[in-house]
Design a protein around this ligand. Structure first.
Ligand code: SDX
Length: 380
């Protein structure tokens, strides 16, 4: 008898604890509470390596040399512009639809507009991935500006990925400390093993469907409040609380209502999410020159939820105040997560293409058996 799982074996709901495949891109170590990108602990990378360096690392498996980084940056710079006729289609969409729905739609539009969309050659997929990774910040900034009745701005050549987003959203070049904060956010959220949206992208790729379909599906998965939308929900939670004095009453109400605290808990980490401490430090530093109350409420809520349920914060908790301090509208928060995760999704799609096998698990049938057909005239 093969040791393959049988439909009669116990089901791991939500595939909890199931090793569904292998990858050399990142390791999410739930016991040690460590995140490794291609061999580097993220503590080694954050604040030292830029998103340009880390996205190269995720794609190609090593940190770039100076000349490789210059070429990579040139490719990202060259790919960041979104064609005007594509932006015209964005302008025809209901701009107050959820920003993740708009982003999902616009990735599909860019796919329809790409004559190479169906080309399966790895080099072709790499080119699409580099271009779309670069364009995603342009799309999200355009969505943000159109929602405020402002005209979308083209990217400014020579600005970094993070600085360009803030320029395209706010219409002015960011001070270095803000660009550095967003760059670190992008690095910390760039990849995370077989999380739901990445596994979705790999499952779509497993059928040999195209790159844009895999990214569109991943955006759809990230949109959910149990995954990427938790950062937006965490900010809404902070705004509902409003003042540090209201933290404890909020916690008691949430517990009494058996509701979830957004930005807390994780399927894999059995301790602290290793990204959270860095995001907390960045949010704290930004808070000193802004409305400090969001950081103060966050820290008080973190302690109160720990005391009540021994729940750890996850990547989305301090992402909320960090993104708020960068002047990014709450509605765009999950789309910011997508901007960061584009590098990870793309690397996983390329890895799946390079050694593909259709992803098709078994299921345990729990319905009836042996029923006999009853003609319509006899059904009651
Ligand atoms: C991301 O997978 C990844 O890697 C994702 C991610 C990435 O980088 O890609 O890390 C990004 O998605 C982070 C998670 C963002 N989501 C949230 O913050 C939403 C709130 N958190 C959860 O709902 C929850 O913690 C999950 C979904 C993240 C994980 O849930 P699990 O593993 O399915 O755990 P569970 O729902 O079975 O909960 C176990 C227990 C339950 O207690 P009981 O009801 O059994 O008594 O813990 C409790 C839960 O009630 N619990 C929470 C809670 N999370 C778990 N209780 C209150 N608030 C929470 N947030």
């Amino acid at each position: 008898m093969s040791n393959a799982q049988q439909p009669t074996d116990p089901v791991k709901k939500g595939l909890e604890g199931v090793v569904a495949g292998s990858t050399a891109i990142s390791d999410v170590d739930g016991q040690q509470c460590q995140l490794i990108y291609r061999g580097y602990n993220i503590d080694e990378l954050v604040g030292k390596a830029s998103y340009e360096e880390v996205s190269y690392l995720l794609f190609y498996g090593k940190l770039p040399t100076r000349s490789q980084l210059a070429e990579w940056t040139r490719q990202l710079d060259g790919g960041r512009t979104v064609d005007p006729h594509v932006l015209d289609i964005l302008k025809q969409l209901p701009i107050h639809a959820p920003s993740m729905a708009l982003l999902r739609t616009m990735v599909s539009v860019i796919g329809c507009d790409d004559p190479q969309a169906e080309d399966e050659a790895l080099e072709s997929i790499q080119k699409k991935a580099i271009r779309l990774t670069a364009q995603t910040v342009t799309l999200v900034a355009a969505i943000g500006r159109l929602r405020e009745n402002n005209t979308p701005l083209p990217p400014k050549p020579g600005l970094s990925h993070a600085a360009n987003f803030l320029y395209m959203l706010h219409g002015e070049e960011p001070v270095p400390v803000l660009a550095k904060a967003l760059d670190a956010y992008f690095v910390l959220l760039a990849d995370h093993g077989f999380n739901a949206s990445t596994f979705t992208a790999r499952t779509v790729t497993g059928t040999k469907s195209d790159y844009y379909s895999a990214v569109t599906a991943a955006i759809g998965s990230l949109k959910g409040p149990l995954h990427g939308a938790a950062n937006r929900k965490a900010m809404e939670m902070l705004e509902e609380i409003g003042t540090p004095e209201q933290v404890e009453p909020y916690v008691q109400r949430t517990l009494a209502d058996h509701k979830r605290f957004m930005g807390f808990g994780h399927r894999v980490y059995k301790g602290a999410d290793p990204r959270a401490k860095h995001l907390k430090d960045i949010a704290k530093s930004l808070g000193t020159t802004n409305e400090t109350k969001w950081f103060v409420i966050s820290e008080k809520l973190q302690d109160a939820v720990w005391n009540a349920k021994q729940l750890y914060i996850n990547v989305d908790f301090y992402s909320a105040s960090l993104l708020h301090y960068l002047g990014i509208p709450t509605e765009l928060f999950t789309a910011m997560f997508a901007c960061a995760r584009m590098a990870g999704w793309s690397a996983h799609i390329l890895e799946q293409w390079a050694d593909n096998r259709l992803i098709r698990p078994l299921s345990q049938y729990t319905g009836p058996r042996g029923l006999k057909f009853v003609p319509l005239s006899e059904r009651t």
